[in-house]
Design a protein around this ligand. Structure first.
Ligand code: SF4
Ligand SMILES: [Zn+2]
Length: 409
């Protein structure tokens, strides 16, 4: 019997992979169709049932607010304020958000991330200093921001779960979210991050490449995971941006007694851990808050659509669910000419050319907002190589604290 695997590949007689003699050429299936085709393999019995159940869950509407800006999207290096604006306008018009295509392996990655968050929050709770909201699983009571009540203040049930620290800046910046935790005596926000190969591929491709080497024994290239993890000496830029936003809002807007933030990193391949600390760095936060303000103003006051952030031909725009809406007023040839003109100026760096392109695009785009009509998944798909925050500003003031376990060196 061939082994079932956790990658979503059925193997064996997978009808989506037909390539034998006499067969018609295989059609490459994508998204949900590809997932269904995988499940038709002979090795998917229990896994097939689970996958079906998860796919049904996946079809349910997104249960978090889509009419606000989430710090996690702001932190991405390809965050497009215009994309967020379209999503918020759709939500305000009552349109339900659809999720991206169902992917069994992706569901597993998310679920593992959630489970690891629960683990760390459970361990943080043991010290009695975990601060935030608490939810009763018996009667549903949600507390204010406080230390562990141990039992529900309403019904006295001991079934109380940590509900994290709400990040509230809707009035000021249209931002809402949750921080993973706060320690009251330490006056510290906690951000838990599980680091897998996907995270590194997105946020630290050079580091990943550095530890990808040819193995004579295996006859192929392999990753030196221990070396890679040991070489990770600072938090990843998108994580820094996210925690900086939390620090700013809790310290400056919510009046919580917070002085710094700590990252708890866990490496998925071997459960090795690291901690990094940062303090508030306005040079990181302010550009992000400026973009959030532009969105808020566009939604509530000016009606002027935020600038386009990328070129029409960029992978980010191509993957954006609002592409046709966003570029409907620009002839493709005109946009391409703009890009070529900027690329032809030798005195400009590539990044300057891109910034110029954004400005010219923004000038064309400054117009009154029509009712948003596009529907699509939350957030743009692609990423670009550079970040919204300049590299020199990304990290804030770091304090490296090499606590570790497992394979960390
Ligand atoms: S198409 Fe590009 S510029 Fe327009 S909203 Fe999407 S990501 Fe932003
Ligand atoms: Zn209760």
């Amino acid at each position: 019997m061939a082994p079932a695997n956790g990658t979503g590949r059925a193997g064996g007689r997978n009808p989506g992979a037909g390539s034998g003699r006499g067969r018609r050429p295989a059609v490459k299936l994508t998204g949900t169709l590809a997932e269904i085709s995988k499940r038709k393999g002979t090795h998917w019995d229990v896994l097939g049932d689970i996958s079906n159940d998860l796919a049904a869950e996946h079809l349910k509407p997104i249960d978090r607010r889509t009419d606000v800006i989430h710090p996690s999207e702001m932190a991405k290096d390809d965050w497009c304020a215009r994309n967020t604006f379209y999503r918020i306008m759709n939500a305000r018009a009552g349109k339900l958000m659809t999720k991206g295509e169902f992917n069994f392996q992706q569901e597993g990655i998310f679920a593992t991330g959630h489970a690891l968050h629960d683990k760390w929050q459970g361990w943080l709770r043991l010290g009695g200093d975990l601060y935030g909201q608490w939810k009763c699983m018996h009667c549903g009571w949600l507390t204010g921001i406080q230390l562990d009540p141990v039992t529900c203040p309403q019904c006295k049930s001991p079934a109380v779960r940590y509900a994290e620290v709400p990040i509230r800046a809707e009035k000021e910046f249209l931002i809402e979210g949750h921080s993973d935790g706060m320690l009251l005596k330490k006056a510290r926000l906690i951000e838990i991050k599980t680091i897998g190969m996907g995270t590194l591929r997105m946020d630290a491709p050079k580091l990943l490449q550095k530890y990808y080497f040819e193995s004579e024994e295996a006859g192929k290239k392999l990753y030196d995971l221990d070396g890679l993890w040991a070489d990770l000496q600072e938090p990843l830029p998108s994580h820094v941006r996210q925690l900086q936003i939390y620090l700013y809002i809790t310290m400056r807007l919510m009046g919580l007694e917070v002085r710094r933030g700590s990252f708890i990193y866990e490496f998925k391949p071997n459960q090795a851990t690291k901690e990094f600390g940062i303090t508030l760095d306005l040079s990181v936060v302010e550009p992000l808050l400026e973009k959030a303000t532009a969105i808020k103003d566009a939604v509530y006051q000016t009606g002027t659509i935020p600038e386009r952030e990328f070129d029409r031909d960029s992978s980010t725009c191509k993957a954006c669910p609002y592409f046709s809406q966003c570029w409907s007023d620009v002839a493709p040839n005109q946009q391409n000419q703009d890009v070529r003109d900027e690329a032809d100026q030798p005195s400009k760096s590539r990044s300057n050319a891109r910034a110029g392109s954004r400005r010219t695009g923004a000038a064309r785009a400054a117009r009154r907002v029509p009712a948003a009509t596009a529907e699509g998944p939350d957030g743009a798909g692609g990423r670009r190589a550079d970040g919204a925050v300049r590299p020199a500003q990304r990290m804030g003031r770091l304090r490296r604290r090499p606590t570790q376990s497992g394979g960390d060196r």
